[in-house]
Design a protein around this ligand. Structure first.
Ligand code: HEM
Length: 497
C-alpha cells in the first residue's frame, strides 16, 4: 500500500523515471462513474494530492469539504481514498466489515511495518490475539493500573524527586523517557539485568529511530530504502526472544496471554513472535508520548488550566485526608481519579487538538454506501477514511475549535458529554481512539497513564516553560497517529518546597 511518499526517497535514473511516469499515467487515469463521490486527483499522476495534504492536512480536507460536501475521493500516492466526513454516517463505515474491512488493511500494514506475515489469511490467530485485549479492561485493568502506580512511584522516587533545585530539560525528551520506562515496565515487565539502564536507553533510542521512519513504512516504502531501519527493527524484535523475555519479571497478564497464544502458532524461537510484540510495544508508546507532551505543554502555557487542575487535586487530597508532604505515594482509587473533571477535560482537549489517526477500511467489493442524499458508490480496492480532525475542528460542534480550552469538556462541575451538530446530539463527538473493530484496545490504560502522570507532575513539582515561542504540530503522522511537536521545547522543574 502506498499513501504518503516523500520525493527525496527515490533514486531513479531519468530514463527509467520517464518510462515509469508513462506507465503510471496509463495506470491511474481513473475517472468518476455515476453515483461515485467527487474525485480529486490533481495534476500530478500517481502522487495526486499527497503533498497538498501533507502540507496542511486539516485545511486541505476542510477546503475540499466546503467545495464538494461530506464525501469525496482523493488520489494519494496511487491509492484512492474516499473520505466520509458526516459524523452521522460514521457507523456506515465501521458497521459493514464484510465490504469495508479493517483486517485486510491492518494485515498489510503489519506485514510491511513489523514483518508479521502469518496474520494474512489466518483468521484464527487474529481472533485469538484479539481475546487478549480483555486484559486491558475491567478487573485486569485495575491490576494494571495498580502496577502502573508502583512503576510511577519507582521512577519518581529514584529519579525525578532528586530535583531539589531547578532542572532544565527538553519537554519531549522528558515525556519520552518517563512514558517509555513506565509503559514498558507495566506492560512487558521489569528488566532483571545488571545493566538495566543501558539496555533501557538502547531500547528507547532504537524505538525513537524506528518511530521516525514509521510513516514511510506505513506508506509502503520498502524498508531497504530507509537506511538502517531494517537492522533497528531486527534489534528491537530480538529484545523479545524467549531468552530475553526470561530476563523480564512480573509481565502483565495481557503480555503473558499474547506470548502463550503466539507459542501455539510458532516455534518457540521464531523471530516473528518478537515482531508481534514489537507491534504492540510501538502502539503502546507512539500516541501516548506526544499526548503527554501536548497535555503538559498546554498546562504550562495556560496558567488558568494549571490552576484549575491543581485546585481540584488539592480538594481531592484534602477530602481524603492526604498531605503532599507525607511521601510520594498518594493513594487514589480509579473513581477518585475519574472524579477530576478538569484533569480529564485537559486530556480530552489535548487529544481533540492533536490526534490525527484516521479510521481506514479497505473496500473488499464494489459497494454502495447508503448516505443521506442517496448512495455513495465505492470501488473494490480503494480505501475509505473517517478523518477525526475534521470532526474535532468543526466550529458547529466546538466553538473556536483551534483554541485550547481546558474546561471544554466540563459542564456544571461534571463531565460534558453532549455535543450537537445540525441540532442533533452526536454519539461520537471525540474519536482519537478510532471506532468499531479498529478501536484502540489500550484506550483506558492510555488515559489513566496520562492522567496519573499529570497528577503526579503537577502535585509534586513547580513547573515552568522556558522557551516562549509557541510550538507547532508536525504533520509527519497524519492519518497514522497523534502529531508530535515540530521541535522540542525547554522547561524546568523542581520538587515543591
Ligand atoms: C493517547 C494514546 C493512544 C491513542 C490516541 C491511541 C489510538 C489508537 C488508534 C486510533 C488505533 C487504531 C489504529 C487503526 O485504526 O489503524 C489504535 C490501535 C491500537 N492501540 Fe492505541 N492509542 C493510544 C494508546 C495505546 C496504548 C497505551 C496501548 C497499549 C496498551 C495501545 C494499543 C493499541 C493496539 C494494540 C492497537 C491495535 C489494535 C488492533 O487493531 O488489533 N494504544 N490506537
Amino acid at each position: 500500500m502506498a499513501i504518503l511518499i516523500k520525493p527525496k526517497l527515490f533514486e531513479v535514473n531519468f530514463k527509467s523515471l520517464s518510462s515509469l511516469f508513462m506507465l503510471i499515467v496509463c495506470l491511474v487515469q481513473m475517472s468518476m462513474r455515476p453515483g461515485e463521490p467527487p474525485l480529486i486527483k490533481g495534476w500530478l499522476p500517481y502522487f495526486g494530492q499527497i503533498w497538498n495534504f501533507q502540507k496542511a492536512p486539516l485545511a486541505f480536507i476542510k477546503t475540499l469539504q466546503k467545495k464538494h460536501g461530506d464525501s469525496f475521493t482523493v488520489l494519494f500516492g496511487g491509492k484512492y481514498v474516499t473520505f466520509i466526513l458526516d459524523p452521522f454516517q460514521f457507523q456506515l463505515v465501521t458497521k459493514n466489515p464484510k465490504q469495508l474491512s479493517f483486517k485486510t488493511y491492518k494485515d498489510k500494514l503489519s506485514r510491511h511495518i513489523f514483518s508479521i506475515k502469518m496474520l494474512s489469511g489466518n483468521q484464527k490467530l487474529s481472533h485469538d490475539l484479539q481475546l487478549c485485549y480483555q486484559h486491558l479492561q475491567g478487573k485486569s485493568l485495575d491490576v494494571l493500573i495498580e502496577t502502573m502506580a508502583q512503576d510511577i512511584t519507582h521512577v519518581f522516587e529514584s529519579k525525578l524527586l532528586k530535583a531539589r533545585n531547578w532542572d532544565t530539560v527538553h519537554l519531549l525528551t522528558f515525556c519520552t523517557s518517563v512514558m517509555f520506562e513506565i509503559s514498558f515496565t507495566t506492560l512487558h515487565g521489569k528488566l532483571l539485568v545488571a545493566d538495566r539502564e543501558k539496555l533501557f536507553s538502547e531500547l528507547r533510542d532504537n524505538y525513537i529511530k524506528f518511530d521516525e521512519k514509521f510513516i514511510y513504512l506505513a506508506s509502503g516504502i520498502p524498508i531497504e530504502l530507509l537506511g538502517d531501519t531494517k537492522s533497528t527493527r531486527k534489534k528491537m524484535i530480538n529484545n523479545f526472544t524467549k531468552e530475553n523475555l526470561a530476563k523480564m519479571q512480573r509481565q502483565s497478564k495481557f503480555f503473558q496471554m499474547r506470548q502463550d497464544i503466539l507459542e501455539q502458532y510458532y516455534e518457540p524461537d521464531d523471530l516473528e513472535i518478537g515482531a508481534h510484540h514489537l507491534g504492540v510495544f510501538w502502539a503502546s508508546l507512539a500516541n501516548s508520548i506526544p499526548a503527554l507532551f501536548w497535555a503538559m505543554y498546554y498546562l504550562l502555557w495556560h496558567p488558568e488550566a494549571m490552576a484549575a487542575v491543581r485546585d481540584e487535586i488539592d480538594r481531592l487530597l484534602q477530602s481524603t485526608g492526604q498531605k503532599k508532604e507525607s511521601g510520594f505515594f498518594i493513594n487514589f482509587t480509579r473513581e477518585q481519579l475519574d472524579s477530576l473533571v478538569y484533569l480529564e477535560s485537559v486530556v480530552l482537549e489535548t487529544l481533540r487538538l492533536c490526534a490525527f489517526s484516521s479510521i481506514i477500511r479497505s473496500v473488499e467489493e464494489d459497494f454502495a454506501l447508503p448516505v443521506e442524499y442517496g448512495q455513495c458508490l465505492l470501488r473494490k480496492g480503494d480505501l475509505v477514511a473517517i478523518f477525526p480532525p475534521a470532526l474535532h475542528n468543526d466550529p458547529e460542534i466546538f466553538e473556536d475549535p483551534q483554541e485550547f480550552r481546558y474546561d471544554r469538556f466540563v459542564e456544571d462541575g461534571k463531565k460534558k458529554t453532549t455535543f450537537f451538530k445540525r441540532g442533533k446530539k452526536l454519539s461520537h463527538y471525540i474519536i482519537p481512539f478510532g471506532s468499531g473493530t479498529s478501536k484502540c484496545p489500550g484506550r483506558y490504560f492510555a488515559v489513566y497513564e496520562i492522567k496519573h502522570l499529570l497528577f503526579a507532575l503537577v502535585t509534586y513539582f513547580d513547573l515552568e516553560i522556558i522557551d516562549d515561542k509557541p510550538v507547532e504540530q508536525s504533520h509527519s503522522r497524519v492519518l497514522f497517529g497523534t502529531h508530535p511537536p515540530k521541535s522540542d521545547v525547554l522547561f524546568r522543574y523542581k520538587v515543591k518546597s
